[in-house]
Design a protein around this ligand. Structure first.
Ligand code: UDP
Length: 249
């Protein structure tokens, strides 16, 4: 875990989630930005925890991030059971939007990397009309091959954005950031999953009543049944949390 961040964590099946509210997070990021400290954020949901349990590479990658945030009802539920603590839900799409809003208020620049061709550009334009004032450092789709990877990194390094949003899906975006964070001249990097699809209007988020009842997964499954394979991580997550609670291991 990177040093310099004095925020308690709660262990969710081996992944240390920071106990931080949205307000505290934004204040912390402002302080770090003012002090020229670079920050890599990961928003962690139940599916990513299961991926970290299955893959040492993913687990080690998460261990290198500066801040691991509670993205989703599964993590909130597990934190209450395993750590007796009440976490604030910090969905990636909302944190990413807060970063853009902050950038608009302060003139910081944002690079949009990921999603299908045209989507990052559209997402950036939508955000700019909602939050005028931030500087679009650039955008690029997330369907590049290994041969183009160096070119992508060189472009971002050359532009040196304050904030890099990476929408390649988890854990690919986390592995990508881990691989390139040191060479990229970005102040802050965060994996934002399907946020560009949402901002561009291609994908709708679950209605509030469903999110409030922890049913985002059901909405996503109903609107995109191809996610069924990935969703099998959820019952496994619940089972492993219950076992850990019962056995204390
Ligand atoms: N994506 C991408 N490159 C790839 C695979 C996926 O840019 O090689 C994008 C995809 O178009 C989508 C996002 O990554 O915009 C993943 O969205 P999803 O909702 O699956 O994210 P998650 O559930 O991980 O938040």
């Amino acid at each position: 875990m990177a040093t310099g961040i004095d925020v308690p964590t709660v262990d969710i099946l081996g992944v240390p989630i920071h106990q931080i509210t949205e307000r505290e997070l934004l204040e912390l990021l402002e302080r770090r930005q003012a002090a020229s400290q670079r920050t890599w954020l990961v928003t962690v949901n139940a599916e990513l925890v299961i991926r970290a349990r299955e893959s040492r590479e993913v687990a080690q990658t998460l261990g290198r991030a500066d801040l691991l945030l509670a993205d989703g009802s599964g993590i909130i539920w597990a934190a209450r059971r395993l750590g007796g603590c009440l976490l604030e839900k910090l969905p990636g799409v909302e944190i990413a939007e807060k970063l853009v809003k902050w950038a608009a208020g302060t003139g910081l620049s944002v690079y949009f990397l990921g999603a299908k061709p045209g989507v990052a550009q559209e997402a950036a334009a939508k955000m700019q009309s909602k939050y005028p004032g931030f500087n679009i450092a650039g955008y690029r789709d997330g369907y590049f091959g290994n041969m183009e990877e160096e070119e992508v990194v060189a472009e971002i390094r050359g532009l040196a954005p304050d904030i890099l949003l990476v929408a390649l899906g988890a854990p690919r975006q986390e592995l990508w950031i881990a691989k390139h964070f040191n060479e990229l001249q970005v102040g802050m990097a965060v994996g934002v999953g399907g946020s560009f699809d949402v901002w561009s209007g291609r994908v709708k988020r679950a209605p509030a009543w469903m999110s409030d009842h922890g049913l985002e997964w059901l909405y996503r499954l109903a609107t995109d049944p191809r996610r069924i394979g990935r969703m099998l991580a959820l019952p496994r997550f619940v089972y492993q949390v219950v076992c850990t609670k019962l056995t204390g291991r």
